[in-house]
Write a protein that binds this ligand. Sequence first.
Ligand code: ADP
Ligand code: MG
Ligand code: MG
Length: 477
Amino acid sequence: MSVKRLPSCIPIPLDEKELKELVSKTKDWVVMHGIGIRSKTAFSEDSINFAPYLLLPSTFPRKEFERAVEIQTTLNELMHRVAHNQEFLKETLKDTIQVDEFTGSLYKIWETVLNEGVTQPLSLALVRNDLMLDSMHSWKQVEFNTIAAGFGWLGPASLAINRFVLEELEHFDKLQNLPENNALTGMTMGLLEAWKIYGDSKAAILVIVEDVTYNICDQRFHEFELKRLNPRVKLMRKTLTDVHMEGSLSENNELMIGNTVVSVVYYRSAYTPEQIPTKKEWGSRLLIERSQAIKCPSIQYHLAGTKKVQQALAKPGALEPFLSDPNKIAAVRDIFTGLFGLDFDEAGDQAIQMALDDPERFVLKPQREGGGNNIYGSEIRDAIMQMKDTKERTAWILMERINPPISTGYMIRPGGQNPPQLAEMISELGIFGVVIGDSQKIMVNRQVGHMLRTKVSTADEGGVAAGYGALDSPYLI
Ligand code: ADP
Ligand code: MG
Ligand code: MG
């Protein structure tokens, strides 16, 4: 396979002396503009490191960027309808929930609230469609995130870094190729609109957070942006353990934290088993779902965001019940790579055989979020051999591996050397969407911005918070 290469936005390498000064200066600039992340290895609440970033923006084909932006509202619509199609979710997840305990527990919460009667028909969704270029001329979907989709702040912040660097280098003519990015305001406005719809000006927005938040700047900037847009809105940050201690339902199912009514619950946690460790936290998860508060996301949206659902949507004829416009259906189908279930049927057996024959062609994925969970390359064979005769296999999906073009750039990370070495990288673009609606109608459906993450080309995964990737912004060519 020939390696595809993207050109650099300006001639590189940069002069060593100039580069060294520039890196020192940008590191200070980045820290001074709140573009940080807490260290996992040396955690302290009192210190924040600068977030790793690309000195220069990576090139991205303009047409493909625009195609990603354009299709976002269709994907929002699709996923909203999927989340509200009980039959489809039940059928798709029926085997997976038997073996994957976490997804099974989420599913039980969904069943419980359906049986009891849904108290809040509206959902707020702050979503992110992630994609990689497959060739220079087409991108493919990596996944669609429906819970805790981060980087509403770090996305626009990356644009600010790269703009600053190009200005420092006096490449003013290049700035026009950096697309604007208002993700933070767009995401925050979604929260505010949901709060307004709830209709109680004294009610708070509750952010569900982890015990320890590493991606603190990204989260806090949403909070501060909310206050900038409306200083009167009350906002609280609580863990699910806090909610267990302080939360309750009022007589008419309003969610209460102490004496404060909660209008909107925004999850920045609760997407991995470690984040809902005991019965107490599962109790909180159910309490919230039972309440009248508008959830971001509601439980059906969380389930719709699983990899198993993504794989089911790629089956022939799967999109038709959800989208009526044949052009939209064709456009969505076009962004899927090969996605295969490992169910106990002919298709599942065939997928197992394909993976054993040529593991390098695939990524093996469980029903997990947050990075670091997938299996790649030769390890796929071992994993498949272990699970192929057990029910376990139905909790995984097999996805064709996307091979993005390589760009060359300078990655700047805390503790890295200065001047930095040029390295080969690959990027993943995320497009943000906001949806508000119920099972009958969609009231808000918007595309609100983007983020770009870049990792060295030899790394399988690229999460920034997970420690693999770096902030970047697209330079359109
Ligand atoms: P998560 O929900 O944990 O983020 P992803 O599906 O996004 O799961 O996978 C994590 C990372 O693995 C992605 O950010 C990407 O770097 C890599 N990855 C996932 N799927 C593919 C694929 N089909 N081809 C190449 N890389 C992939
Ligand atoms: Mg994800
Ligand atoms: Mg991901």
